[in-house]
Design a protein around this ligand. Structure first.
Ligand SMILES: [Zn+2]
Length: 345
């Protein structure tokens, strides 16, 4: 995804069923990265073809509808898509962009436009005349054989939950940095592990970012308020500017949100079992943090520990400890989801 500037657009929610999604304007492709796998957005492809797309019908699906009743279905995290019921294999999986668009292999775009009688083929990001390619249909599924969710949920603790996970900072904004460890990296690594755990237990997860990019705070808030999530969790690590001794973890909530307080308590209680570090508690946000003030769902900003303490910073960057932290956050989310009272659904 390096080389693509990812930009939010407004998400228009129409009707009670599927959310109809307005296309994101095409972004310039940066030249000189010919080794990168080339991708095309579903929004771009549909705009080019005069099609419309929407999320659904399944939790992990997008459907594109053509003006003559043609229909394509893509599944997040799968390399199989369908055109009018026939399934085709792509070069790579379809990757979701912040809950509103998909990145598809360029070869899928080329195949689809050719399939529908158009020849606006793209090669290496540049529109070209004709490009040779091939794609073979794969055997239809036997009747009654339903494909598994790409998330391959193996347990059901979080079934029905939709959570928005926000790895703090990213891209140009590294957040805190100390002893060579950057906050944006720790936040992303732990958040991606948490995403896996949530999906494996049946939750739908919307990420504000899945790579080293920087969505603005307003974009994060807007996503949280439009994606339909029940919970919003922003993941950060701390810096104590004047002391390398300070250690510990803490969770902030909007002081006017009883649900936020409950969620924050569930998280710190669970985290205390793995942290080996002081529990600084569930706290009212004293700073008016935008992701807590402006989000309309139950929201918490969690600080995993202090990078400014050398040993804690080192620990936060260890994969094994990151896994343990992600598992603890997951347990806090399970407690929150089981309490139900704090979650409107
Ligand atoms: Zn931060």
């Amino acid at each position: 995804m390096r080389g693509l500037t990812l930009v939010f657009s407004l998400l228009a929610l129409l009707g009670a069923g599927c959310s109809v999604i307005t296309p994101i304007p095409p972004q310039p492709v940066i030249a000189g990265q010919s080794n990168e796998p080339r991708t095309v957005r579903l929004s771009e492809m549909c705009a080019e073809m005069g099609w419309k797309y929407e999320s659904g019908p399944g939790a992990y699906q997008y459907t594109a509808n053509g003006p003559r009743g043609d229909r394509m279905t893509f599944t997040i995290g799968k390399d199989v898509f369908s055109i009018n019921g026939t399934r085709w294999r792509q070069e790579r999986d379809a990757v979701e962009l912040r809950g509103r668009d998909l990145l598809l292999p360029e070869s899928t775009h080329n195949f689809v436009v050719k399939h529908f009688g158009m020849h606006h083929l793209v090669r290496n990001g540049v529109k070209a005349g004709r490009v040779e390619y091939s794609m073979d249909p794969i055997a239809p599924l036997p009747a009654g054989n339903v494909e598994k969710d790409p998330a391959r949920a193996v347990t059901t603790e979080l079934r029905g939950l939709h959570i928005c996970i926000d790895p703090g900072h990213g891209g140009k904004d590294m957040g805190g940095e100390a002893f060579g460890v950057q906050e944006k990296t720790i936040a992303l690594e732990v958040s991606l592990m948490l995403k896996e755990l949530c999906e494996a237990s049946g939750a739908k997860v919307t990420m504000t970012r899945t790579s080293d990019v920087y969505p603005t705070l307003d974009e994060r808030v807007q996503l949280a308020n439009t994606c339909g999530c029940h919970l919003f969790l922003s993941v950060h690590a701390n810096i104590a500017p004047n002391s390398s001794e300070v250690r510990g973890f803490e969770a902030f909530y909007n002081g006017s949100s009883a649900a936020g307080q409950r969620f924050a308590r569930h998280l710190v209680d669970a985290f205390a079992t793995v942290a080996d570090s002081p529990n600084r508690g569930a706290k009212k946000d004293p700073r008016g943090l935008r992701v807590l003030e402006k989000t309309k769902v139950t929201s918490v900003l969690f600080e995993l520990g202090f990078l400014s303490n050398e040993s804690e910073g080192k620990r936060l960057s260890q994969k094994s400890h990151q896994k343990a932290m992600a598992k603890a956050l997951w347990e806090g989310i399970v407690k929150e989801w089981n309490s139900k009272a704090s979650v409107s659904r």
